[in-house]
Ligand binder design. Structure first.
Ligand SMILES: C[S@@+](CC[C@H](N)C(=O)[O-])C[C@H]1O[C@@H](n2cnc3c(N)ncnc32)[C@H](O)[C@@H]1O
Length: 209
């Protein structure tokens, strides 16, 4: 990864391109060393958007590795440039659909914390099948979390949170944890907008048992 920060010359690849993790095989689980050369606890930001949370966490916790998963190319490129700008060697991006990432790409029992922050709420009833938090998601996540690994969720959307509560309650192999207000947990780009509007934020924290 150190090569990512060399001065950019005509022959050298764009340093931001090296921040993106491009799997060799989209249907075979990667090795941890494919993701980061340095072994360290791995945290995921699933649907990382414009990357404010990912970059802040990576800067705050240099002893952990952070992988942002995001399907929009423009956002992935933007966050890769932010990672280079902040000279973070512990953050990378994967441009891929989250469910596929968990089910096929990430190594089993590799993730210490998965953050799902302000996922798209898909409010129309006939769109709800697109929601990220589903039974299949919880099952796939269980396979890639380390024992004791955590899922942390935040949303501003009350109907989606009530939906999540039902999914979380029936998910096997997890226990619910308290999540007191933590000023050290960075706000996401979306969260800052919602908090500025005075909207309530709903949170859930679970641990794999
Ligand atoms: C509402 S935004 C929240 C972004 C960020 N977490 C925040 O709080 O600022 C949701 C993000 O998740 C991405 N996204 C939605 N569904 C996804 C999926 N299935 N796989 C990967 N990214 C997804 C969207 O492109 C978008 O950037």
């Amino acid at each position: 990864m150190r090569a990512a920060f060399r001065a950019h010359s005509e022959n050298a690849p764009d340093p931001a391109e090296l921040i993106e993790f491009v799997p060799q095989d989209y249907f075979a689980r990667a090795e941890m060393s494919d993701l980061f050369p340095r072994p360290a606890p791995l945290e995921l930001d699933l649907g990382c958007g414009e990357g404010g949370f990912l970059v802040a966490m990576a800067a705050k916790h240099p002893d952990h590795n952070f992988l942002g998963v995001e399907r929009l190319l423009g956002r992935v490129r933007k966050v890769c440039r932010m990672v280079v700008h902040h000279q973070l060697e512990n953050a990378r991006l994967l441009r891929l659909e989250t469910a596929h990432t968990l089910r096929y790409v990430l190594p089993k029992e590799s993730v210490s914390v998965a953050h799902v922050l302000f996922p798209d709420p898909w409010p129309k009833r006939h769109h709800q099948r697109h929601r990220l938090i589903q039974d299949g998601f919880m099952e796939a996540l269980h396979g890639i979390l380390v024992p004791g690994g955590e899922l942390r969720i935040k949303t501003d959307d009350e109907p989606y949170f009530m939906w999540m509560e039902k999914v979380l309650a029936r998910a096997k192999g997890y226990e619910r944890l308290d999540w007191p207000e933590d000023p050290e947990y960075p706000q996401t780009n979306f969260e800052r907008r919602f908090v500025a509007q005075g909207l309530p934020i709903y949170r859930a924290r679970l641990r794999k048992v």
